[in-house]
Design a protein around this ligand. Structure first.
Ligand SMILES: [Zn+2]
Length: 258
């Protein structure tokens, strides 16, 4: 079973939160988002601009290697990323632990819709922003929350069903991962011989708990990550290297000489 984090998506141009090259990020907390319309304007204005980059990112060699590894016994992927790149690469068994940035949910009635449709509506509601240049690397955060100062006049799109408040269907900081999703992950981890962490510093408990669980069950944990992680002392093997290069090498080794 693989547990993946932001480090696997950096080669796709999506910056890492906490890796050695990360931009300092102060993501909006859940309580702040739901607490005021002004916070929602700020979030959605940034997110509108950031989406144009996230929405066009493509899977890289690391994602493709994990697809190959399904043929060599990989049971599935639990990902902390919200970019949808595992599914885009063709991985079949993927659990989006923190949700998907490509989906939007209504906080008031629970209606789920496609982000692309909401993005289109936001563009029509905010014609001035459509002409803004696509944001550069350092201004963009992995959840699509890019930096912009021009949010006070941003017009929000409301739920088409009930007129309620829309939120990207991702788990914000300060928000819990839904319990059934966590239980499903534990179930999968329990079926696996090895848990391989790929590109995560395991800073947040939502991912680290699976490493601890595996360690307590005395099953091996492999960590592939550039730089230190919070799970290093629990790892059976630690590979301090890039995700794409390491996974590509593993696939080549398994496939044997051509
Ligand atoms: Zn609604």
């Amino acid at each position: 079973m693989a547990l993946t984090g932001a480090g696997i998506s950096t080669d796709s141009g999506i910056p890492d939160y906490r890796g050695p090259t990360s931009v300092r990020a102060t993501p909006m907390q859940y309580g702040e988002f739901v607490g005021s319309r002004s916070a929602q304007q700020r979030y959605w204005a940034r997110s509108y601009l950031g989406w144009r980059r996230i929405g066009t990112a493509s899977p890289n060699a690391g994602h493709h290697a994990l697809v190959e590894l399904e043929q060599h016994g990989l049971l599935g992927i639990i990902t902390q990323n919200v970019d949808g790149l595992h599914a885009a690469a063709g991985s079949r068994a993927v659990i989006d632990l923190h949700g998907e940035i490509a989906a939007v949910i209504c906080l008031d009635c629970g209606h789920r819709s496609a982000r692309s449709a909401v993005q289109h509506r936001l563009g029509l509601l905010n014609p001035g922003l459509r002409a803004e240049p696509i944001l550069q690397h350092a201004e963009l955060r992995p959840d699509g929350d890019a930096v912009t100062d021009d949010w006070h006049s941003f017009v929000l799109a409301d739920c088409l069903v009930c007129g309620g408040r829309l939120k990207p269907d991702v788990v914000f900081f300060g928000e819990s991962v839904p319990k059934p999703r966590v239980q499903e992950c534990y179930g999968l981890v329990d079926q696996a011989d090895v848990l391989v962490v790929v590109g995560s510093s395991l800073t947040v408990m939502s991912g680290l708990r699976f490493v601890r669980h595996q360690w307590k069950a005395q099953r091996p944990v492999v960590i592939i990550n550039r730089g230190r992680t919070r799970g290093d002392e629990l790892a059976t093997v630690k590979v301090d290297a890039g995700c794409a290069e390491t996974l590509t090498h593993v696939v080549q080794t398994l496939q044997g000489p051509a």
